[in-house]
Write a protein that binds this ligand. Structure first.
Ligand code: AMP
Length: 172
């Protein structure tokens, strides 16, 4: 199945020079969404994943489905101030300024084997920050799963070299 035909390019959104990858046509396609989750799950079926981590909002959609399919738990990473209990936070660089993500401090334990999921791997800053949150709480990152990777931004260079990175669609 050609998943890339279900991604809509929105030029100059949210600002000039950015081509936004709109995944809503894929989400709305029963066959497309199913195929994407099945393919990502098959890549990590034998990895012993215990927890899938995704950040709001699009990481929740893929992460939740993938966790269910892998028989793993799901851990939400959220913007500061959204989680109600004790949190662990990480701050990371954006093109202009910084941003932060938080998880509940008891989300991961030492035995956890974690898969980090998002729709798009762009510069890699967000995925690297999520990996830091996982390792800081004592768990191990066993893989990254993305629907789309913007290869020309070389985001995978920011991620640990010894951890598998699977992207279903590559934009060169
Ligand atoms: P990154 O630059 O890899 O830290 O990406 C930051 C976040 O923005 C990720 O969660 C991506 O899903 C999202 N993102 C970055 N670039 C795009 C794009 N061109 N289209 C859609 N989402 C994007």
């Amino acid at each position: 199945m050609d998943l890339s035909s279900l991604i809509r390019d929105i030029p100059d959104w949210p600002k000039e020079g950015i081509v936004f990858k709109d995944i809503t046509p894929l989400l709305a396609s029963p066959e497309g969404f199913h195929a994407a989750i099945e393919k990502l799950a098959s890549e990590y079926a034998d990895a012993g994943i215990t927890k899938v981590m995704g950040a709001e909002a699009r990481g929740f959609i893929f992460g939740g489905a993938l966790a269910y399919r892998l028989g793993a738990g799901f851990v939400p990473a959220r913007k500061p101030g959204k989680l109600p209990w004790q949190t662990t936070a990480v701050t990371y660089e954006l093109e202009y300024g910084t941003d932060s993500l938080e998880v509940h401090s008891d989300s991961f334990g030492e035995g956890d084997v974690v898969l980090i999921v998002d729709d798009v791997l762009a510069t890699g800053g967000t995925a690297a920050a999520k990996a830091k949150l996982v390792t800081e709480t004592g768990a191990r990152v066993a893989g990254f799963a993305f629907l789309i990777e913007l290869d020309f931004l070389e985001g995978r260079a920011k991620l640990p070299a010894d951890v598998p990175i699977i992207s279903l669609i590559h934009i060169v």
